[in-house]
Design a protein around this ligand. Sequence first.
Ligand code: ATP
Length: 407
Amino acid sequence: MLIGIDDTDSPQGMCTTYLGAVLARRLIREHLRVLEARLVRLNPNVTFKTRGNAAIAIAVDGDMSTAFKTACATVEELSEFSCANTNPGVVVVDRPPDPAFYRKAVTDFCTIDEAAVILESAGALYRGYKNRRGLIGATAAVACDFPDATFEILTYRKQEQWGTPREVDRASLFAAQRATFPHTWDTVDEINDVVVCVPHTPDPVLFGIRGESPSWVMAARQMIASEKPALEQIWVTNQGTDAHILPGRIGELREGLSYRIHGTVADAPRTGRGGHVSFAIRDSGSTVRCMAYEPTKNFRQIVRQLVPGDTIIAAGSYKKGSLNLEKMKVVSLVTAKSVRPPVCTACNKRMASAGAGKGFKCKKCGAKADEPDVKEIARAVEPGWYEVPPTARRHLAQPLCRGTPGC
Ligand code: ATP
């Protein structure tokens, strides 16, 4: 059977994955066999989310009503019910429902009623608390199928330490990544000198190591020196798989969905207030603005190198009329040219325009010339994929160290 849980935390505390790790141990104490723990990220553009729009599913063998009772008791004990935006959902099914619901929940928006219809037809045991919104994530979690998956080991703090500064040795994090990359990723951001895997929120997570297999995340985890965690859990997850990205076409994009689109750069990238870089791309007469926000740091340097006529594939979420870039492929580059007045052969000074369509004239000696000085500019960018740095990466975005999208 599968137990799905979502929406138990608030910005002030708790984490659905911690609750899941506690539940897994309680189930074992109740003589159920825990087979797998799944961390299921859903549409990152859902506004109700607390942080990373995560739900969990635990695969278990044993008595269904014991599993349901234990799950509900754990949710009732640990959820942040006082937060208006915390609406837990608990689901137990003896076999996974149609994965189409998971696929919709990770790429699009679902309703509580849609989840309830699926749960009824699956004969699920389920309970939605307060406004029952957590049933959406809990149902998606038990319906998930992962054509591609990664792993994360999450370590959790002792309760008396929640809300206090985390003690994790910085140097050991950098060493762990160096020793295990590209089999693990996003522990630290080397270029920006930032620790990525230790949260700053008051929740129970101490740190999390992401990687391609349980043995690689364990190998990195064992190199990390820190305060003693209370609990550790390896999760199989859709993080780092681009599960949220749909193939899309400019002119047909829907608000709050995430796409991979082809286009030709239509205007030169501009850096606006706050350091955010924007430019438009065009395809078949439609255009869309692409954004590389300030937190994407060095990625903006690549974006700034684009010129009109270059062709790219852009991937990211479509929000408020813009595609917020997560990664980008430079497909082809135009030959960039600089066009300036020519240099006067007699005075060795640059001429000035003699007026529209009248060529050029030397201000000093009056010499005239018809043709401008055209030079090819060497392009500082090469065709290929580029991505935002680890510090700006969304949970679902596939890092390029896992391979490039097949397009
Ligand atoms: P954390 O990651 O820290 O555990 P969170 O960011 O996952 O928290 P939640 O508190 O779980 O945030 O809130 C997300 C809410 O949105 C849940 O109630 C979930 O059921 C709902 N939800 C998730 N995906 C969708 C979707 N695609 N459409 C509509 N609602 C969704």
